[in-house]
Design a protein around this ligand. Structure first.
Ligand code: HEM
Length: 334
């Protein structure tokens, strides 16, 4: 069992991520919470050696990002400056479940992770979900949510732990009960950053916001009849075929917080009326040849940031720490 970030740091650096980024994402005091979170995922979904503790089923693609002229007014981050050429990106779409073989026909949120490769050799990540809001406000509450799910098997006495948890946490009940329509494609879903970040531009002006990714193909969902004809891996097959025909594109937007908005509570979605700033366009052009080999060495972390962007919600550091624990365990099992 890891007791500090040091071995994890070495491992993550060897694989993909700069030291400064890992240090930012993994304060020593959060290591044991990170382990508890990964253990709690394992309690719900089982241990699958070599696989991610959450979102193990995914598909890796490549493309580019081009920022808008307006993006530099929000942040001095290297990838948000118009003057440079397009930024290479690696994208992983995933099923929002800890089950490696979950059928794509199951109702669940989907994940999208984007790694920007910056001109100076550094990297920064975006890790987003196709649902606007999180079940709970903090990482500790998320651990308790997962523990309650894990303790609520078919033979658990009524009311089950998760029934009690949902009764006491209306946002979690809303998250669980909200319909999650089945997408035609990973490229026809909107994705949401959920956690807030603080952006600083070259003049020192600060903007706090949450990312949104809007599919340029539009939002399209399957009818029940269409869904019944789909196979268990229809989403990964579809996106591979789609990018062979032409690019899949997303607008990257920033939803700007107003004074009334809670920055550190990802369970509350901000109103749609909030100002949105267009930061750029992600253009996905091809699937990698061997997605399973590629994803093994990839670590996407919400706390992998560059100057000009900082975490504004404490959940981001807790997430990053748990992603590193998951990485260390999957790397050890390979
Ligand atoms: C306390 C809250 C959270 C915890 C503990 C958590 C934990 C994890 C873990 C352990 C992984 C596997 C990491 C790996 O092995 O590389 C993961 C993956 C992922 N998570 Fe989270 N997560 C949290 C919140 C969120 C939120 C708020 C979002 C979206 C806004 C999100 C989106 C994703 C996505 C898309 C992946 C797959 C990344 C990839 O493709 O490698 N998670 N999460």
């Amino acid at each position: 069992m890891w007791r500090s970030c040091a071995p994890l740091t070495i491992l993550a650096v060897v694989l993909v991520t700069p030291l400064s980024v890992v240090a930012q994402g993994c304060p020593t005091s959060q290591t044991s919470l990170a382990e508890q979170l990964v253990n709690a995922f394992n309690g719900v979904f089982g241990v699958h050696p070599g696989m991610r503790a959450n979102h193990p089923k995914g598909v890796v693609l490549e493309g580019t990002f081009i920022p808008t002229a307006e993006a530099a007014s929000v942040s001095k981050a290297a990838h948000l400056q118009k003057k440079q050429a397009s930024i290479p990106v690696t994208v992983r779409f995933s099923a929002g479940s800890g089950q490696p073989n979950v059928p794509d026909t199951s109702q669940m949120p989907r994940g999208m992770a984007v790694k920007f490769s910056l001109p100076d050799g550094s990297k920064t990540d975006l890790v987003v979900l196709s649902f606007n809001g999180f079940p709970v406000a903090t990482a500790e509450e998320f651990r308790d949510f997962l523990l309650a799910v894990g303790a609520s098997g078919p033979d658990a006495p009524k009311p089950t732990a998760i029934e009690k948890f949902l009764e006491a946490h209306p946002a979690a009940k809303h998250f669980v009960e909200s319909p999650k329509p089945q997408p035609v494609s990973y490229a026809t879903l909107p994705y949401f950053g959920i956690n807030a970040f603080k952006f600083t531009n070259a003049k020192g002006a600060v903007t706090v916001g949450r990312y949104q990714l809007r599919p340029m193909a539009g939002e399209h969902f399957l009818t029940q009849e269409q869904l019944a004809t789909m196979g268990p891996d229809y989403l990964s097959s579809e996106i591979r075929k789609r990018v062979r025909r032409g690019p899949a594109q997303f607008k990257l937007l920033l939803q700007v917080a107003e004074k009334a908005d809670k920055i550190d509570d990802p369970s509350i979605a901000w109103p749609d009326s909030r100002k949105q700033i267009e930061l750029g366009t992600i253009t996905i052009t091809k699937a990698v040849a061997d997605s399973q080999a590629a994803e093994k060495n990839l670590l996407f972390m919400p706390g992998a940031l560059v100057p000009g962007i900082e975490a504004a919600d404490p959940m981001i550091a807790a997430r990053s720490a748990s992603y590193i624990v998951s990485l260390s365990r999957r790397a050890q099992a390979q």
